[in-house]
Design a protein around this ligand. Structure first.
Ligand code: 5GP
Ligand code: ZN
Length: 113
């Protein structure tokens, strides 16, 4: 898929509306449109990378930003609680949007998600 047509690239370019939760140099955090938990955010690298297998050595700083953004989100939760960080990689894992992203889930027992 062309990056031009990628739904997350369009969100990052502000061509599609989204609820933005946080932003850093390398990532954008939005609310998932179809939440599976009371808190369901998507941590999305601003660079179009298809999945984790497509991260290059030169993308290490992006990987670092993702982890530290998850830490920040966890520390800033409206109600303190545990959380889950999930990334689907490839169609048979459940990936539907082929722009790498990390589901940040919290707000109830997220053990079975
Ligand atoms: P995946 O199945 O690829 O791991 O997750 C894709 C996620 O993106 C799904 O949870 C889906 O609800 C979410 N999603 C798909 N399209 C949009 C959109 O246009 N806006 C937002 N905020 N989330 C989206
Ligand atoms: Zn993209």
């Amino acid at each position: 898929m062309e990056h031009n047509e990628c739904i997350f690239c369009k969100i990052i370019r502000n061509e599609i509306p989204s609820t933005i939760i946080a932003e850093s140099e390398q990532v954008l955090v939005i609310k998932d449109i179809n939440p599976k938990a009371p808190v369901h955010y998507l941590i999305i690298p601003k660079k179009h990378i298809k999945d984790i297998r497509e991260f290059h050595e030169s993308d290490r700083h992006i990987a670092g930003d993702i982890l530290f953004m998850a830490r920040q989100l966890a520390n800033d939760l409206p109600e303190p609680g545990d959380f889950k960080l999930v990334s689907n990689n490839g169609p048979s894992s459940g990936q539907c949007v082929f722009h790498s992203h990390f589901h940040f889930l919290s707000g109830k027992k997220v053990i079975d998600i």
